[in-house]
Design a protein around this ligand. Structure first.
Ligand code: NCD
Length: 356
């Protein structure tokens, strides 16, 4: 596998292998200290990041490799108008593997489409964030001992929260999973994710009250309201403190429920919850480095090409109406869509429905 854009690019067998390898690295990190000697990771971060970029860099350094890259669009040629595809083509001359974060949805697909070097999507706007999902899966596997037969509550900004979209896609392939989606209507999950859950036949509820639903959950995955993705700042201010998990709400939860959060936290988890043994978010952040070490190792080892990122039956239509789509920023990209069995056309980059 040479490109990781969405968790669905990994089979469940490959996920099992990555989690097993992460366990081995946690148990004996010294055994992996030279596995990537002589290799270079490029971190192309067009959008702010603390954990994801530093954990990628730390992962490569702890494997014996080296890192180069940039941490904001202003310090790259994007500021001069270069396309993500051209930046990626340059970077593969200088590095063996690329991790890229970008504020536009579908940017990773556009960047990866024309390069041979492995590329990892480290977050593309409000779309997908597969390595956070691997971090989440490692956390669930280590703290709950299984990835199946779990009721998972996801709470907060389910519309723009890319970690939520990727986690749902990943969990949708295990037995006995039930989703409780807690959000105000304005921040409900996008249609393409809801359709995925329905097509896979998994039970889910969409509710507004965290208090009422918390007692059923084995995992509560809190998220921040993504202020940077709102067109209307007044709407953001109205919604940002909609959910605050505090000690009183935790009293209603199962004694073995775990609380996860991709971080950064803003107000949505009161600091008093940090001392509750069920709070798992700082452990979760720590697991991120190990699973990224495992991923870098596997992707550098594996010679098998990912199939074309642009499906052969994609058709060219008009502009994608999603204002956050990479095609809105890059006029030279072809406007390509795939048609689902139900006849719905979705943008190959951001997956939003073509309105015609
Ligand atoms: C998340 C992200 O960037 O999507 N953070 C992370 O990667 N750990 C969540 C967020 O920014 O809210």
């Amino acid at each position: 596998m040479k490109k990781l854009i969405s968790p669905l690019d990994l089979t469940t067998g490959e996920i099992d292998q990555l989690l097993a390898l992460s366990d081995q690295i946690i148990a004996d990190p010294a055994a992996f200290a030279h596995k990537c000697d002589g290799k270079i990771l490029a971190t192309l971060f067009f959008e702010p990041s603390t954990r994801t970029r530093l954990s990628f860099e730390s992962a490569m350094l702890r494997l014996g490799g080296k890192v180069l890259g940039f941490s904001s669009a202003n310090s790259s040629s994007a500021a001069k108008g270069e396309t993500v595809s051209d930046t990626a083509r340059m970077s593969e001359c200088y590095a063996d593997i690329i991790a890229m974060r970008h504020p536009k949805e579908g940017a990773a697909t556009a960047a990866a489409a024309k390069i041979r070097c492995p590329l990892i999507n480290a977050g593309d706007g409000g779309h997908q964030h597969p390595t956070q999902t691997l971090t989440d899966l490692l956390t669930i596997h280590r703290l709950k001992g299984r990835l199946d037969h779990l009721t998972i509550g996801l709470c907060g900004d389910l519309k723009f929260g890319r970690t939520v979209h990727s986690l749902i896609r990943a969990m949708m392939r295990y037995e006995g999973i039930r989703f409780v989606l807690v959000s105000p209507k304005e921040l409900a999950i996008p249609d393409y994710i809801r359709e995925d859950i329905i097509a896979a036949g998994y039970p889910f509820q969409e509710v507004e009250s965290l208090e009422d639903a918390i007692g059923e959950m084995d995992i509560l995955y809190m998220t921040r309201v993504q202020g940077e993705r709102f067109a209307d700042q007044a709407e953001f201010l109205r919604l940002r403190d909609h959910y605050i998990l505090d000690a009183a709400k935790m009293e209603r939860a199962k004694p073995d429920m775990i609380v996860m959060h991709p971080l950064p936290r803003v107000n949505e988890i009161a600091t008093e919850v940090d001392d509750d043994p069920r709070a798992a978010y700082f452990q979760q952040a720590n697991f991120g480095r190990f699973v990224r070490m495992a991923l870098i190792l596997k992707m550098l080892e594996d010679d098998e090409e990912t199939g074309s990122l642009i499906p052969a039956d994609a058709v060219e239509l008009g502009d994608c109406q999603n204002p956050h789509c990479i095609t809105q920023a890059e006029p030279s990209l072809p406007r390509l869509y795939t048609r689902s069995e139900k006849g719905v056309c979705r943008c190959v980059y951001c997956e939003h429905e073509y309105q015609g």
